[in-house]
Ligand binder design. Structure first.
Ligand code: FAD
Length: 460
């Protein structure tokens, strides 16, 4: 494994596995707007995934004052655009109105929980509207997610948690539908299901979404995008920041870290809060002479032991994207935890999905489907489950939008909007409509430094 910047161990590696989504690179995949880096830029965004591109998109598309010129923006990406988690994910746009919200309710109370649920839910219309506005062809589909439980005790705990949320009277809970064991298999299509919960969700080709947004961004003459340009450090030359790369240094007024799993490589104070964790995902196809059975929903299928899940979407051509299975290798921490190597697969999990559809779904037993492509990707597990968004404590003019805990699709787009408003309009965190629990604070940094190893991270 060699790192793309050869300096920090917490940095993207040079030769990642190739996901299905990136088999045909977009024309902007390795864009360099100019042959050389600019020497100065009002804003430097580090990271060219969903977060970095969303921030740039909202910076260039939001209402600007007529009297002021737009700020100059430079986006730096260590590898190709969207070559990190976003280009390797499961394509599941699933507002987590249930697990994380129930946890948030327990820890922070009802107001914070409702705020979180509403924020995630609002991503569906927001992403749908952006896709329509920018005419992005990314196979977006609006459907329902089936959360399916194969373990009876787990199903019972899910029912109780659902009822606690329902009894709070929050309107978003109206969209959740609980089905008990009697009808769970018939409703979900999952063999031996003990219960299921469904709610509105979407699925899409995230690489194409990000490339579509970037196509709009690069129409602005104030934007310079530079791929294959790893940032090696950011130092302060008050009131400016010096962003160092092997290709030169950029002097910036404001810097944004949209570096998700790799954040600790540049901001070591986040090393306990955002831990790079490796996951796998695959693409399952049907033999050419067969028609794939129809799957109308997206899924999160919890295992029989009740201690882990797989997330799954079906594509318009009937093929399947499925990933997760962390429970099959979780004990071997050295192969996935604090690991940035997406150039290899996860050995104990690489055959897990070979017959997954046949052994999980009703009607798929004789489908003869098989894994066509399998790849790995690096998530930014968050110590306290939630992302870190806002101005970096003790570093004025430096912002973070990272730590999406393997669950970024219904979180990142509007976090990027919030950060864009903070940067461009000098708004406070509290003024940009972000859930309060996302705010990056010294207290959250200290809690991770002093709390138990590993915190309460979990895979969604
Ligand atoms: C296998 C897998 C499956 C997933 N499935 C889902 C799913 O179905 N639904 C869902 O909601 N979420 C899913 N996720 C999580 C989701 O993909 C992420 O939360 C989201 O993509 C994060 O976006 P990002 O832009 O913050 O991170 P990334 O896409 O990782 O982008 C960060 C970028 O920063 C660049 N970078 C890092 N350090 C530097 C540096 N020093 N200099 C320059 N550039 C740098 C990286 O190269 C990278 O391109 C999955 C993740 C994985 C890995």
């Amino acid at each position: 494994m060699s790192s793309a910047n050869n300096l920090s161990p917490v940095a993207p590696v040079a030769n990642p596995t190739i996901p299905f989504w990136r088999k045909e690179p977009h024309e902007l995949d390795n864009i360099r707007t100019t042959p050389e880096l600019p020497e100065q830029s009002d804003i430097v965004i580090i990271g060219g995934g969903y977060a970095g591109v969303s921030i740039a998109y909202h910076l260039v598309t939001s209402q600007q004052s007529e009297s002021q010129p737009p700020p100059s923006i430079t986006l730096l990406e260590a590898r190709q655009i969207c070559s990190g988690a976003t280009g390797r994910n499961g394509g599941h746009l699933r507002p987590d109105v249930y697990e994380t919200v129930a946890l948030c309710l327990e820890r922070h109370g009802i107001e914070a929980a409702i705020e979180l649920a509403r924020f995630e839910v609002s991503h569906i219309p927001a992403v749908k509207a952006a896709i329509a506005k920018e005419k992005i062809d990314c196979d977006f589909n609006l459907t329902r997610c089936m959360n399916v439980y194969l373990n009876e005790e787990h199903a019972e705990r899910a029912r109780q948690a659902y009822e606690v949320l329902r009894d709070q009277g929050a309107s978003y809970v109206d969209d959740i539908h609980y089905t008990s064991q009697k009808n769970a298999e018939g409703v979900s299509g999952v063999q031996d299901a003990k219960a299921c919960l469904s709610y509105t969700a979407g699925n899409l080709w995230a690489y194409k979404l990000v490339m579509g947004l970037l196509s709009r961004v690069v129409k602005s003459s104030s934007v310079n995008v530079q791929t294959m340009t790893p940032v090696t450090s950011v130092t302060s030359d008050s009131p400016h920041h010096l962003v160092q790369t092997p290709r030169g240094t950029i002097r910036a007024s404001k810097v944004v870290y949209a570096t998700n799993a790799y954040t600790a490589g540049l901001l070591p104070e986040y090393s306990k809060n955002i831990v790079p964790c490796k996951g796998i995902c695959c693409h399952i196809t049907t033999p050419e002479n067969k028609t794939p059975p129809f799957l109308p929903y997206t899924y999160v299928v919890w295992n029989k032991e009740g201690d882990g899940d797989s997330y799954l979407i079906s594509r318009p051509d009937g093929s399947i994207i499925v990933g997760g299975a962390q429970y099959s290798y979780a004990q071997q921490k050295d192969i996935w935890h604090n690991n940035v190597d997406d150039s290899t697969l996860i050995e104990p999990a690489k055959h897990y999905y070979d017959t997954y559809m046949q052994r999980t779904f009703r009607g798929w037993e004789d489908s003869e489907v098989k894994v066509q492509e399998i790849w790995s990707g690096i998530m930014g597990y968050s110590y306290d489950t939630h992302p870190q968004v806002g101005e970096v404590p003790g570093k004025p003019g430096q912002f973070i939008c990272a730590g999406f805990n393997g669950h970024g699709m219904p979180v990142v787009f509007l976090s990027g909007k919030g950060i864009a408003e903070m940067i461009r309009d000098s708004k406070k965190f509290e003024e940009v409509g972000l859930p309060r629990i996302y705010k990056t604070t010294l207290a959250r940094l200290e809690a991770a430094q002093t709390g138990p190893e590993g915190g309460d991270t979990f895979d969604l």
